[in-house]
Structure formats: structure tokens, C-alpha cells
Design a binder for this molecule. Structure first.
Ligand code: PMP
Length: 404
């Protein structure tokens, strides 16, 4: 495309660069799920062949999900996704701790968590808990030492810090936080939302030192509507859903059998490919970052260059409104994001970038690219070229001052 190509020329070859929001379902995953939509329709709790088939499928799914995080099968509780796992972990742990010891009402999380973590904490505040929100550096990383300042051995019940931030891709010092917690008190439960980390970087719950960990299926090429909460053996939390007592009493309701089957298969494939994907996706990402920083004046690369997952690239493009940019890219068949998909629908400005000290204009001009195993270097070249063109056009009409 030449520099003066009219933007009304719509491209048909689409490029999907929003893999942090959701990922395409792998064909192998789809094929494994199919029989559980029609042929194996039994209820896993039933005492006949149809029920046993479904139960066996859940057991295999459980083993595969446990393997990707180095857990044992019995430590996996299936849920409907990352949001439910976070709610279960946070509300379940906080209320259980308080019911055992009424003085344990202090909770800690960070300012850059996903809304499915922050909202339950806000609700617990209304219910009498006191919550500390840890600050982050301008690279978007929690300082584990800050925790020492806020911890109270007798009052703090629960801490939740994410493994990977969904907007800027930064990896948080979860292991260091776990070490500090263990030195302070054996009573404090530690939860980690690993929704954006699983399948991107190797994860072992023993090495991380967490008690509870959240996983979501649709972020790793599995189906939507399936997820899991790792609950370390011996850890007690209250359930959110009551009823038939499925999932060791922690999540009542007939299991999402085909979802669990697909989720398990996605975990198996991701575990096999993680090293390869990590290497190849970071090569593609680094190629794109280099190109954007070279070709687009006043583009800034945000977050950490070192403590970052391989598939995330986050930019501030001055003089451009991120939402206009994303919509214009969509006309060319390119799917990108300004930040998290959940916040963009609510039209809220990013609490993550705010916590990193960004100004209003910097937040407005944000663009998140999240790469998947289906993307190629050639796609990055085409994307960078279209991006450059679209930005030039938007800057021409932008009310936001842009000085080159
Ligand atoms: N936590 C993080 C960090 C996320 O990125 C997301 C999804 N945007 C969630 C939790 C929620 O996961 P789900 O979509 O499976 O409910």
C-alpha cells in the first residue's frame, strides 16, 4: 500500500492481534469436544454408562489442566472461566478466613488487577474488610518489598496479585511475594490470577508458592465458558454456588463437560508447545516493536522490556485517540485493542495506565497488540504499514495536539 492510499480501500485479509482478549479455538480442540456436544451427553453424576463416559472425560480434562501448572488433579476446581475463578478465590478465601478468626479482615491486592479481581475486593470493603491496593512502578510492576510495609501478621487474611498484566503484559514478582508472605505468617492465603500467563510462560504452582491460582480456557485456544481455580491441598475456601456439591463441594452445578474436554486438550497442546511458542512469538513481537518505533514518529513502547510475556506489545501513540485507531484498523480487517476488552466496552479509561502514572492524553493514545501462534512476520509487516498510514490520517484531523 502506498503512503497516500485512501483509507476507504478496505483490506480483506484479516489479521487478528487481540489474543489477550480471546484466542481462536484449535482444530484438535474442536474435534475432541464434538462428541461431547451430541454423542456423550450424559450427566457426569449419573450412575450409568452415559454418566461414566462424561465423568471419565472430566477426569482426563482435570489431569491435563493440572499438568500445565504442575498441580495434582484433586487441586483443580472447574469453573466457568477466569472471572468466576477470581470471584471464588477472593470471596471464598476472605470470608472463610474471617469466619475462623474475626480479627482477620485485612486484604491486599494491586492497583493493576483485572476488574474481576478488583470488583470482588470492592464488595468485600462494603462488607467490612479493609483492602490495601499496592502501587506499581511506571513500568507496571508491583514492588514485592512494598508488601512488607502493609502486611500485618495477625490481621492480614488474604493477598491477591496477578501473574501477568492483561494490558501491558508485565510479569509480576509472584514468587518473591509468596516468600515474603511465608516469612510473615503461615495463615495468609495467597491467590494469583494467572489468566494471561498460562500457556505463555512456564508455570509451576509449587515453585510460585501460591495457594490459589486462576486459569481461563479461552485465552489458550480453548473454548469460552470454561476455567479453573487451583486450590492447594489443605486450603479451605467458601463456595459461591451451592447445590449438588460438584467439584468437591466448591462449585455446584452440572459440569460443562464439552468445555472441560476442550479446555483440557488446549492445556495439553499449550504445554507441549510452550517453549517453541515463547521463542517464536517473541521474535515476531520484537520485529513488530522495532518496526513501529522506527516507522511511527512519537510512538512509545510501554511496560517492561525484561519482565514481560512474549506476545504483548503496548504503545502510546501521541496525537491519536486509541478507540478511533482501533475502529479504523478494523476497517482494514485488523483486530487490535486499546487495553482490556472488558473495560473498552465500559468506555472507562485504563486504571492500569493511571496506576503507572500516565497522563490522560497518554492513556487516550494507547494501543495493545497481543500476538498468537497463528500470526506471522509477514502479517506484522503489513500491519505496521497500515498502522503507519492510519495514524498519519488520524493525526491530520486530531484535536489532540501532536508535536513532532
Ligand atoms: N483476569 C485477567 C488478567 C484477564 O485478562 C481476564 C480476561 N480479560 C480475566 C481475568 C477474565 O477471564 P474470563 O474472560 O475467562 O472470565
Amino acid at each position: 500500500m502506498s503512503a497516500d492510499t485512501n483509507t476507504t480501500t478496505i483490506q480483506t485479509d484479516s489479521i487478528y492481534l487481540d489474543n489477550a482478549a480471546s484466542t481462536p479455538l484449535l482444530n484438535e480442540v474442536f474435534l475432541e469436544m464434538m462428541p461431547y456436544l451430541r454423542t456423550h451427553y450424559g450427566n457426569p453424576s449419573s450412575l450409568h454408562k452415559h454418566g461414566f463416559d462424561a465423568k471419565r472425560a472430566i477426569s482426563l480434562g482435570r489431569r491435563r489442566v493440572a499438568s500445565i501448572i504442575g498441580a495434582s488433579d484433586k487441586e483443580i476446581v472447574f469453573t466457568s472461566g477466569g472471572t468466576e475463578s477470581n470471584n471464588l478465590a477472593i470471596k471464598g478465601a476472605a470470608t472463610e478466613c474471617r469466619s475462623r478468626d474475626s480479627k482477620r479482615t485485612h486484604l491486599i491486592t494491586s492497583k493493576i488487577e483485572h476488574e474481576s479481581v478488583l470488583e470482588p475486593f470492592r464488595e468485600l470493603e462494603k462488607d467490612g474488610f479493609e483492602v490495601t491496593y499496592l502501587p506499581v512502578s511506571n513500568e507496571g510492576i508491583v514492588n514485592a518489598d512494598d508488601l512488607k510495609e502493609y502486611l500485618s501478621g495477625s490481621k492480614t487474611a488474604f493477598v491477591s496479585v496477578m501473574l501477568v498484566n492483561n494490558e501491558v503484559g508485565t510479569i509480576q514478582p509472584v514468587k518473591e511475594i509468596a516468600n515474603i508472605l511465608r516469612m510473615t505468617s503461615k495463615e495468609i492465603l495467597f491467590h494469583c490470577d494467572a489468566t494471561q500467563g498460562v500457556g505463555k510462560i512456564p508455570i509451576n504452582v509449587q515453585a510460585l508458592g501460591v495457594d490459589l491460582l486462576t486459569i481461563s480456557s479461552h485465552k489458550i485456544n480453548g473454548p469460552k465458558g470454561a476455567g479453573a481455580l487451583y486450590v492447594r491441598r489443605g486450603v479451605r475456601i467458601n463456595p459461591l454456588l451451592l447445590g449438588g456439591g460438584q467439584e468437591a463441594l466448591l462449585r455446584s452445578g452440572t459440569e460443562n463437560v464439552y468445555g472441560i474436554v476442550g479446555f483440557g486438550k488446549a492445556c495439553e497442546i499449550n504445554l507441549l508447545n510452550i517453549a517453541n511458542n515463547e521463542r517464536e512469538i517473541s521474535i515476531i513481537r520484537n520485529h513488530l516493536v522495532k518496526k513501529i518505533l522506527k516507522d511511527i514518529p512519537d510512538a512509545r513502547y510501554n511496560g517492561s522490556r525484561i519482565h514481560r510475556i512474549p506476545n504483548n506489545a503496548h504503545f502510546t501513540i501521541s496525537g491519536v485517540n486509541g478507540e478511533d485507531l482501533v475502529m479504523k484498523l478494523d476497517e482494514y480487517g485488523i483486530a487490535a485493542s486499546t487495553g482490556s476488552a472488558c473495560s473498552s466496552r465500559k468506555q472507562k479509561s485504563s486504571h492500569v495506565l493511571k496506576a503507572m502514572g500516565f497522563s490522560y492524553d497518554e492513556i487516550t493514545g494507547s494501543l495493545r497488540i497481543s500476538i498468537g501462534s497463528q500470526n506471522t512476520i509477514q502479517q506484522m509487516d503489513r500491519f505496521a504499514m497500515i498502522l503507519s498510514q492510519v495514524i498519519k490520517e488520524l493525526r491530520k484531523f486530531s484535536p489532540i495536539t501532536h508535536q513532532l
